[in-house]
Design a protein around this ligand. Structure first.
Ligand SMILES: [Zn+2]
Length: 102
């Protein structure tokens, strides 16, 4: 499924309202705003043990275009969401347990 335009717009708005000269350098207008939109939609980012976002190349974007598909959890299920194509897909059970085994 696609994250709704309405939520994406809300994420952009939150990004604009919370971006300051101090944090601008560590933010990205597409990736950070999309992450905010995901959280507004109730998704929680899944962090790696080192506290980073868990990222993978997006399987829906043309090769090399997006390495920013990130893992999120909502209602006990895991999803991958890409800020470039805004696709949200359920993580397969196999992928989830492969990550858990790491
Ligand atoms: Zn994508």
């Amino acid at each position: 499924m696609q994250l709704s335009e309405k939520v994406i717009a809300l994420g952009r708005q939150q990004y604009d309202e919370t971006t300051t000269d101090d944090n601008r350098a560590v933010r990205d207008p597409v990736i950070t705003a999309f992450g905010m939109a995901m959280q507004l939609a109730g998704y929680r980012p899944v962090m790696t043990q080192s506290g980073c976002m868990d990222l993978r190349p997006c399987p829906h974007c043309p090769a090399g275009k997006s390495s920013y598909s990130a893992r999120y959890a909502k209602a006990g299920e895991e999803f991958w969401a890409c800020p470039i194509c805004t696709q949200v897909t359920k993580a397969t059970q196999a992928a989830v347990s492969a990550v858990a085994a790491n």
